[in-house]
Write a protein that binds this ligand. Structure first.
Ligand code: PLP
Length: 481
């Protein structure tokens, strides 16, 4: 039986997951719960500790992998039978210490929790940055996969830069956006994420600084910090990053870069107009700083085509361009690309070779089939229509239930509506209350502490019924705060 008084503290830096883990671990290590002791069933434990059941499931999984508890699916979970021998064995590896002190940082605990909750099909996902399951082109994908299988002759090692025909078709695809490049200047990566990691590892010295939009997708990720790189925020207005704030970075010399998401920015949905793109690029050129242009949402415009990428503009040679099929087609395919000059691509490909010996070939063949003709462009036209319906419905719901108590801008593409809950003092409390009612949002505070009255709502994943329920409950809970 769990001690009735203890519940996790919601006002500390320690995640709920960590607190429950350590609480249960203590009961076992101190012998309070002896070998074979039967733990309270998951659902009841969740109620007692006032947390979501998925949190308990994850904690129990971790205790199991630590060897402290055991139990098969369907049977009771118990303290490991030989727990005493296990604990007195002085040779036990201190995994906790190792994990906390290793080079690569752990994901922020809060993000880990959200990532787990995003996989829970019982929760209404107003958070997930991906296309709805129902949008997945399963018949075309099955057909393409079958074709790839039939034509398969060999599964050997490829050029570390990626499958050549795929790089050719990416180059052709990018030409539609005004980027003139060649397969030699393209590296196929495991999603855009790997492109960012390779840039951090291959082109930035330890202690360098990356200047980035505030808020930004990267604040919640550790790709750069784990490589010993500092992040410094640059303010945004309704046109995106403000160039003035990066006009005087000369003293950083070779120890800085700019990172921006100019198209359908995550989390604000902002699109940088061409004039602003020009100014940002000009600033970078003047100071000889590389500009990392993260353009993963480019293909998802709804109202009008996305402005040309900075990579396509005069001076685009300084741009490290990162793209992906994760948002527009499938996050599970893990196909992304980085475009830069040949010397840089050789460097990043060398690191990739050292890290993973090159990307898996099958997804590259599949991506090639999608990109080689007009198939992908025709598919995108359908996706845009579907996204427009979801976006308009979410806007309608917001107007109906939050009109007057919140404000937002109409996104012209992408997945997100960045909502300012005018009077909300703690979006974290709102997040917890919504979670209690089975709805997941991204509180603005995960992107930046001072965004405590913002939420990022995604219209790409939840169904229309779920969007409606989500907003009705959001309005109810907001009024109660
Ligand atoms: C701006 C931005 N860049 C990169 C990524 C990661 O993309 P991928 O799944 O291709 O690694 C995301 C995912 O949410 C994103 O929002």
């Amino acid at each position: 039986m769990v001690c009735e008084i203890w519940t996790p503290n919601r006002n500390t830096d320690k995640s709920i997951h960590q607190q429950i883990f350590h609480y249960l671990e203590d009961r076992i290590i101190t012998g309070e719960w002896p070998a074979g002791y039967k733990l309270t069933p998951q659902r009841k434990l969740a109620e007692e500790l006032n947390v979501h059941r998925s949190t308990i499931v994850n904690v129990l999984e971790d205790l199991k992998s630590s060897g402290l508890i055991e139990g098969q699916k369907g049977s009771a979970t118990r303290v490991t039978t030989n727990i005493n021998a296990f604990l007195t064995n002085g040779n036990r590896v201190n995994w906790d210490f190792r994990i906390k002190n290793a080079i690569y940082k752990e994901s922020p605990p809060f993000l880990k929790t959200i990532n787990n909750l995003e996989l829970d099909s019982n929760i209404i996902q107003l958070s997930r940055a991906e296309l709805a399951d129902g949008f997945f082109p399963k018949y075309q994908m099955r057909e393409i996969t079958r074709l790839v299988g039939e034509n398969l002759n060999y599964l050997g090692k490829e050029d570390p830069k990626g499958y050549f025909p795929l790089r050719e078709s990416i180059a052709r695809h990018l030409k539609n956006y005004g980027i003139n490049t060649s397969p030699d200047c393209i590296l196929v990566t495991s999603g855009a994420t790997q492109g960012l990691q390779l840039i951090a590892l291959g082109l930035l010295e330890k202690g360098s600084t990356v200047f980035l939009d505030t808020p930004s997708y990267l604040y919640s990720r550790h790709a750069f910090q784990s490589a010993g790189i500092n992040l410094r925020g640059v303010s945004m207005d309704e046109k995106g990053m403000i160039p003035f704030e990066i006009c005087n970075l000369r003293n950083y010399q070779n120890r800085a870069a700019i990172y921006s998401i100019p198209s359908f920015h995550n989390p604000t949905g902002i699109v940088m107009p061409p004039s602003r793109r020009n100014s940002i690029l000009e600033m970078c050129l003047k100071q000889r700083l590389p500009l990392i242009e993260d353009d993963v949402y480019r293909d998802l415009w709804i109202d009008e085509p996305t402005p040309p990428p900075m990579k396509s503009m005069e001076g685009g040679n300084s741009v490290l361009y990162v793209g992906s099929l994760s948002k527009s087609l499938s996050p599970g395919l893990r196909i992304g690309w980085t475009v830069a000059n040949k010397q840089v691509i050789e460097r990043l490909a060398d690191i990739k070779l050292q890290l993973d010996n090159g990307s898996s070939i099958l997804p590259q063949h599949i991506a090639y089939e999608w990109l080689k003709g007009q198939f992908y462009n025709e598919y995108l036209m359908e996706i845009r229509k579907k996204l427009r319906v979801r976006r308009d419905f979410l806007l309608y719901m917001l107007e109906k239930h939050l009109g007057g108590i919140a404000s937002w801008k109409v996104p012209t593409g992408g997945f997100f509506i960045w909502v300012n809950l005018n009077k909300c003092k703690s979006v974290h409390h709102l997040y917890l209350r919504l979670l209690n009612r089975g709805i997941l949002i991204h509180p603005g505070s995960i992107y930046n502490e001072d965004r405590h009255n913002y939420v990022r709502l995604s219209f790409s994943y939840a169904s229309m019924e779920e969007l409606e329920e989500g907003i009705v409950v959001l309005a109810e809970e907001l009024l109660k705060l």
